[in-house]
Ligand binder design. Structure first.
Ligand code: NAD
Length: 495
């Protein structure tokens, strides 16, 4: 059993109440770590530390270049420790080690990219309709930013927030999911090696009502970067609105993966499978609605079922495991409930449809890869996010119908299009209401490209150059003197 502590102002400590809770391994069912159960007093201490650090010479006094180098150094330290971080994350959320290790290795790129951007966010000198005025803009950090993360990819989704927030010169208070706090605390330990001044990075752990809500409503928090479910996102948005905090919300999805009859069907079958069964379907971008054109529907479904039926369930640390357990019991029960709902709605279960056991393991929270055909887009199984290995297959006749079904939903996070026609790829992509559209591939993201959703899938974007601006409001200075702007600049430089 590992006893973790929280990280505030560069110091490790127990929660103010002294309480803690256990973290469970979803494959073995064992408690393996004790996590501090924080409350509003810990939040207060963490925000205070972050606010003091934000004003400190040690942080504010750094040039953007020096700050960027520190951010890059952090990425290198994380890369050096990728195996260790990945193993801890798997112990907490049960995801395949191979997938988590790839994520942990990839994280370094966010620090390289945003560390590099730190000294490249330039203000402007807009010409102005007033004589003898020097008018210029500057991007300034906001202050304390709260980073709130879910359990499915705790470290990667934290890094999407942390790298731009720090590169921009803010300080952070991180609140990881109550199910997966250990890897974030390990990441905080590694931040010390990168040389961040005390208070720049702080981590508080615990439940949403005891930690998340006080953090979101804290007056000194100026920005909230939240990844999680729709309901949590709504509450965060409402709370943040009361004192006009900036928010980025990365929420759920019910993405349409559309296969046209001119697609490379082998590729598309692979894409449909990885779209829904990778990470046991516990990803916001899961291609959980598979839209098949009438003309290939039956053949495609047969191939899909055949290939999916041989997927190997097992230990997430084993190289040959393809389907890992569900991350926690609440989610496991939710998935099984949705399978019952789909059956009651009249969808036809053509694969799986229940829980599973794995030889030699009795505690793992396994759900069989499950495929429902004959799904109508109005059914709950088509409209609501299951966040599990459950695929809804829906028929369509032509492009118009495919687009109409794909967009007929409250979510708008991602979509897939499988076709050999370039025209069709471009036309359909443009008509889809989704923050990300993949053509002839699925599930790939990058630090260079904006990620986020429409409608109930969220607000704002992470990744890509503009993501740093989510942490850097612009202000302008309007400097009037009895000289021309050019003379003014010369005089300012000489003084
Ligand atoms: P969740 O909303 O239950 O919790 C996410 C985090 O927010 C946790 O740390 C939780 O404690 C905290 N939280 C919840 N309500 C809060 C509130 N009112 N105030 C402050 N903090 C609060 O989500 P989850 O079950 O951990 O994660 C699964 C969800 O996350 C799914 O809906 C999934 O689609 C979504 N998700 C979205 C993305 C994306 O990038 N769009 C990525 C991964 C997961």
């Amino acid at each position: 059993m590992h006893n973790y502590q929280i990280y505030i102002n560069g110091q490790w400590r127990d929660s103010a109440s002294g309480n803690s809770f256990d973290s469970l391994n979803p494959y073995t069912g064992e408690s393996w770590a004790s996590i501090p159960q924080c409350n509003a007093a810990d939040v207060e201490a963490a925000v205070d530390a972050a606010n003091t650090a934000f004003e400190s010479e040690a942080w504010r006094g750094l040039t953007a270049t020096a700050r960027g180098k520190m951010v890059k150094r952090f990425g290198q330290v994380l890369l050096d420790n990728a195996e260790k971080l990945a193993a801890i994350e798997v112990r907490d959320n049960g995801k395949l080690y191979s997938e988590v290790l790839n994520q942990c290795r990839y994280m370094t790129e966010w620090f390289e990219y945003f560390g590099g951007l730190a000294d490249k966010v330039e203000g402007t000198v807009p010409p102005i309709d007033k004589p003898k005025v020097l008018n210029y803009t500057r991007y300034e950090p906001l202050g304390v930013c709260a980073c709130i993360t879910p359990w499915n990819s705790p470290l990667l989704l934290l890094v999407w927030k942390l790298a731009p927030a720090l590169a921009a010169g803010n300080t952070v208070v991180i609140k990881p999911s109550e199910y997966t706090s250990a890897s974030t605390l390990e990441l905080a330990k590694l931040s010390e090696l990168a040389g961040f001044p005390p208070g720049v990075i702080n981590v508080v752990t615990g439940y949403s009502s005891e930690v998340g809500e006080p953090l979101v409503s804290h007056k000194k928090v100026r920005k909230i970067a939240f990844t999680g479910g729709e309901e949590g996102g709504r509450q965060v948005n409402i709370s943040a609105a009361s004192d006009f905090k900036k928010v980025t919300l990365e929420l759920g999805g019910k993405s349409a993966n559309i296969v046209f009859d001119d697609a490379d069907l082998d590729q598309a079958v692979d894409g449909a499978i990885s779209g829904i069964f990778a990470a046991s379907g516990q990803t916001c971008i899961a291609g959980s609605r598979l839209l098949l054109q009438d003309t290939i529907h039956d053949e495609f479904l047969e191939r899909l079922v055949d290939m999916s039926s041989i997927a190997k369930l097992g230990d997430p640390m084993s190289e040959d495991t393809q389907i890992a357990p569900i991350a926690n019991e609440l989610q496991y029960k939710k998935i099984l409930k949705y399978i019952d709902i789909a059956k009651a709605e009249g969808a036809k279960c053509v694969l799986g449809g229940g829980s599973a056991t794995v030889e030699g393991n009795h505690e793992g929270l396994f759900v069989l890869p499950t495929i429902f055909s004959d799904v109508d887009n109005s059914m709950r199984i088509a409209q609501e996010e299951v966040f599990g290995p459950v695929l809804s297959v829906i028929r369509f006749k032509d492009e118009d119908e495919a687009v109409s079904i794909a967009n007929d939903i409250d979510y708008g996070l991602a979509a897939g299009v499988w076709t050999k026609s370039l025209n069709r790829a471009v036309n359909v992509s443009e008509r889809l209401q989704a923050g990300t559209v993949w053509v002839n591939t699925y599930r790939s993201t990058s630090y260079t490209s904006p990620f986020g959703g429409y409608k109930s899938s969220g607000l704002g974007r992470e990744n890509g150059q503009q993501a740093i601006k989510e942490y850097l409001p612009v202000s302008y200075t309007h400097l009037r003197a009895h000289e021309t702007p050019e003379h003014l600049v010369c005089r300012l430089l000489l003084e």
